[in-house]
Structures are given as C-alpha cells and as structure tokens.
Design a protein around this ligand. Structure first.
Ligand code: ADP
Ligand code: MG
Ligand code: MG
Length: 504
C-alpha cells in the first residue's frame, strides 16, 4: 500500500484513521479475539471510516415498515396450520428446519405454548435497488427478515456515535482529515454547505440518532416486567466462543444499569445440564436458585449450534417453559426464507395484514420463487440462463450459505440436485445497489474501494396473544458495507464492516 503525503495509507489521512481507531477502542466498538472462559480480550470491530449515503425517504420508509413486519411475524407465528403448510415442502431436504418444525408440533400437541407472551427483536434487512431501466428511482428491497439472534444492535449504535464524532470533530476543519470528510460527502451526493451551519454537531448531525442502546434493553425489560417476578433473570442463550460477545455484553450492561434486570449467560448444552423445568413450567437454573423470566436467543439459529441431542432437548425444554421467549419457536419459523418467499405470492401477506399495510410491505418485496418439481419453472429457467441475476438460498441463517453464479446454475440445472434438496431452497431476484466509495478499517489497516451497503432495521414487539400488542416499536438501524463483487454479507463472517447512514 502506498503512503500518502499526509502519512496515511491508501490516501487516508493518518489523523483521521488514528482518531477513528482510538475512538473505537475507548468506546468499546469491539469484538472478542481471545476468550478464556468469558475472560476475553477484544479488538475493534471492522468498520467503515465514513458513512453510507441513504436518501431521506428510504430512511423514513424503514421506520414505517418496522412495526408492520413485527405485527406480521406475530400473526404468522400464531397460525400453526399456515406455517405447517408453508414449511412442509422444505422438510424432506432440510433436517435442521425439520427439527425446528418438530419442536413447534410438539408444543402444539401439548396444548400450545404455556406462555402466550412472546418477545421479538427483529431486524429487516434491505438494499437500495437500482432498477435496470435507468428511469425508475432507486428503492428499498428487502433482503430478508431476521427473527432470531438479530445481532449488532448495540455495536451499530456505537458506530453511529463514531461517525457523528468524526464528522463533527473534523468536518469543518481545514485539515486534510476535514477535506477527506467533505470530499467523501460530496462524492456520495451529500450537500455539506447547508448543513454545517444547521447545528452544533455540524456534519455529524446528518447521522441519525440510533436508538438501539435504549430500545433493545427496554424491550427485554418490558418482557421481564410482564413475567411479573422482579427477582427472576433474563437468560442469554449464547454460543461457546462467540466473537460478537461485546455486542451482547453491552446489551446486558444496559439492561442492568437502566432497568435493574439481571442476566445469566448459558450455552444450550449448559441449559440441558442444569436447567430444571418445574411441574408448572417454571424454568430455573443454578440448583433451583435462579428463575428465568425471559429467554433471549443469541444461539440456536444454525445447525452447528446443535452438537447433538442435548442441545435440541435444551431448546424443547426452553420452549415448554413459562419463560417468555425471544424468539418463540413460532417467531423463529416465521423468519425462515421459505415463509418470506410464500408471503410474496399473491394474497398471502394480505391474510395477515390490512390492505394498506400489505401494500406498504409488498413494495419492498423482491422477486421470490420456489424451485423443484412444483416450483416456478419460468423463474428457474431464467435463473439457469442468467445465474448472475439471482441468489439461491437454503433455510439457513448467519451468512455464507447462499449460492451464486455458476454454483447456483449447476444446482438448478437438470440433475444438479435432488427434488427434495431443490424444494428446500428459495430463489430470489438479485438486488443490485449502487456503489459508493468506502474505506474499510480492519485491525488498523485500510482498504479503499467501491462498496455496496445493506441497511438493517430493528423492530421490537411484545405480543400478548389474541392480537394484543404490548409493545411495537422501531428500534434502530444497522449498516453493513462490503466491497463490490463480494457476494455474501455479514460482519461476523468477515465479509463486511459496520457503518452508519448519512441521510441527506
Ligand atoms: P443470512 O440469513 O444468512 O444472513 P441473507 O439472505 O441475509 O442470509 O443473505 C446473506 C447475504 O447475501 C446478504 O447479507 C447479502 O449480502 C447477500 N444477499 C442475499 N440476498 C441477496 C439478494 N437478493 N441480492 C443481493 N445480495 C443478496
Ligand atoms: Mg438472516
Ligand atoms: Mg442476512
């Protein structure tokens, strides 16, 4: 990498880079690098040095959509027959989803959940699609809806603070750092001349406040209050060796500091070993000394969270309990990609939402198709002819599972997969966002280039059953940026960095 005249790498002013890395270290924008049984050391999370420009109307639209998707998830989750019908096609080709469905069926067979109240911390992910016609304005298309372990909420609040800090500290300075910020803003179409005078925060005020640090703890605290026992605790279900534990810990600290609610952290295996389900469904740990009010899953969304039967037994035990689950098994299944695909079919979303709400939600649906013997033959043929216009998705979470280009083509081509396997996928229109210049910072090193970004929008919901909405809120945002040409996303998986929107 070339050193620039101002001493930075890749033309990035050294002062700006140094300041950004120091800010992240002093404010806990971190990830775990080494974990010795919970005694971890951390480094800064990969972040984008400067923010991602998002049109104001798109930003506002995501806030309107958040509560609608919350309600949708709750209603779907309480329609067992519909869920069963929708997911039946994926079962034969997908053991993992089959296990989840089996838990759902077991609970139904036992007379339904003993705890009707469910807590959702959802995150709907979007990209700003640029239509090929060159005429239609760019608009948001939903990539997916996450209903389990929607992560990075707390770290994204810190990223927004980082960007506010950098833009207000340097934005109107005559230095090379200030010039780099103004040049970036200009290159992504942000008018800096009118905004610097607008408020004390200068350019930093163009980064919207990100309420995740208050909204997510509030949702967990509301659920805890609903359970009704002040001494009971929130159980964080975690993966052994989790690198994103700083994000989780900040949530935990805020829950205590602002709501006086305690957290215990356990893996599924630990829950199976020491969690006890009482006759009345009360769940306790620590030899009966600690009662669980709320179960918050930050694990359990992927097959490799279940090393054997013990973890599945733990999941069923949690589901059978009277603790409030985030998510319940129904909420979890409502977030599958198969559900997303079926909702896009005519009349499906309309089963659950009113006409205007359905229309609002539908506006952000991309093309979604089923594949296999009874799938969408026209879409499948088009995908084989133009694999780069589609993404093929299995029922998986956590990044790194989708198929693109030649891999997609060979799966869909005659003989590339069994019928059962094909039925377990969904085929999706590929979204093509406009690129923006970005500088990605990872362990103090910079990489510059053209990037694309994905906007995640959190929604919190406390469903009381029978349509009762005890809480239904927009709860903040996340921006993940990756270099153009990278198919997959995900910060945890190493493809992307955290960023923030600059709204102009
Ligand atoms: P996961 O649940 O594993 O995160 P996603 O559906 O979010 O699954 O896909 C992972 C990543 O793949 C996304 O973050 C995005 O970068 C990319 N991706 C997924 N769907 C599309 C799409 N339709 N168009 C373009 N990129 C996509
Ligand atoms: Mg997901
Ligand atoms: Mg995703």
């Amino acid at each position: 990498m070339m050193a620039s005249p101002s001493g930075g790498e890749d033309g990035v002013p050294r002062a700006l880079l140094e300041h950004a890395v120091a800010w992240s270290a002093t404010n806990g924008l971190g990830m775990v690098v080494n974990d010795d049984k919970g005694l971890f050391t951390s480094t800064h999370l990969p972040f984008s040095l400067l923010p991602y420009a998002l049109p104001a109307d798109s930003y506002e639209q995501t806030k309107v959509l958040a509560p609608l998707f919350n309600t949708l998830v709750d209603r779907i989750s309480r329609d067992g027959p519909w869920l069963k019908e929708v997911l039946k096609d994926v079962l034969a080709g997908d053991d993992f989803t089959s296990e989840l469905v089996r838990i759902h069926e077991t609970i139904e067979a036992e007379g339904g959940p003993r705890q009707p109240v469910c807590l959702a911390i959802n995150r709907s992910d979007y990209m700003l699609h640029v239509p090929e016609d060159g005429v239609t304005a760019p608009h948001l298309l939903q990539v997916e809806l996450n209903t389990i372990a929607s992560s990075f909420g707390c770290m994204s609040a810190l990223t927004a603070r980082l960007h506010r800090h950098l833009l207000s500290r340097f934005g109107d300075e005559p230095s090379s750092a200030g010039k780099a910020i103004r040049d970036h803003a200009a290159s992504v179409g942000i008018d800096t001349t009118t905004t610097t005078a607008a408020g004390d925060g200068g350019l930093g005020e163009l980064i919207p406040q990100n309420p995740t640090l208050t909204a997510l703890p509030k949702a967990l605290a509301e659920a805890h209050k609903c359970y009704g026992k002040p001494d009971a605790v929130v159980l964080f279900v975690v993966q052994p060796g989790e690198t994103n534990a700083v994000d989780q810990r900040l949530l935990e600290m805020n829950l205590w500091d602002h709501h006086g609610v305690r957290v215990v952290r356990m893996s599924l295996a630990e829950i199976e070993a020491s969690g006890v389900l009482g006759e009345d469904g009360t769940l306790t740990v620590d030899g009966g000394a600690v009662e669980i009010a709320v179960v918050y899953f930050r694990a359990g969304y992927a097959p490799n969270d279940y090393f054997g039967r013990a973890e599945w037994d733990a999941r069923l035990k949690l589901e059978r309990s009277t603790a409030i689950k985030s998510p319940s098994i129904g909420y979890h299944l409502a977030g599958t990609k198969k559900v997303q695909q079926v909702l896009a079919q005519e009349g499906q979303v309309e089963r659950f939402l009113g006409a205007s709400e359905s229309a609002a939600v539908r506006r952000c649906f991309a093309g979604l198709y089923s594949v296999g013997p009874d799938g969408d033959a026209a879409a499948t043929a088009d995908a084989v002819a133009h694999p780069d216009r589609y993404v093929l998705k299995p029922q998986r979470e956590g990044g790194g599972n989708n198929l693109y280009g030649p891999e997609l083509k060979s799966k869909l081509d005659a003989g590339g997969a069994t019928d059962d396997e094909l039925r377990s996928f969904v085929l999706m229109q590929r979204i093509f966002p406009k690129t923006q210049p970005a500088v990605m910072v990872n362990r103090g090193k910079c990489v510059s280039g053209d990037s694309i970004s994905e906007l995640g929008v959190y929604g919190t919901y406390l469903g009381g059953g029978e349509g009762k909405e005890l809480l239904n809120e927009y709860a903040g945002y996340l921006v993940r940026t990756k270099m153009e040409g990278t198919d997959e996303g995900g910060v945890a998986t190493g493809y992307a960095v955290l960023s923030s929107p600059i709204v102009g």
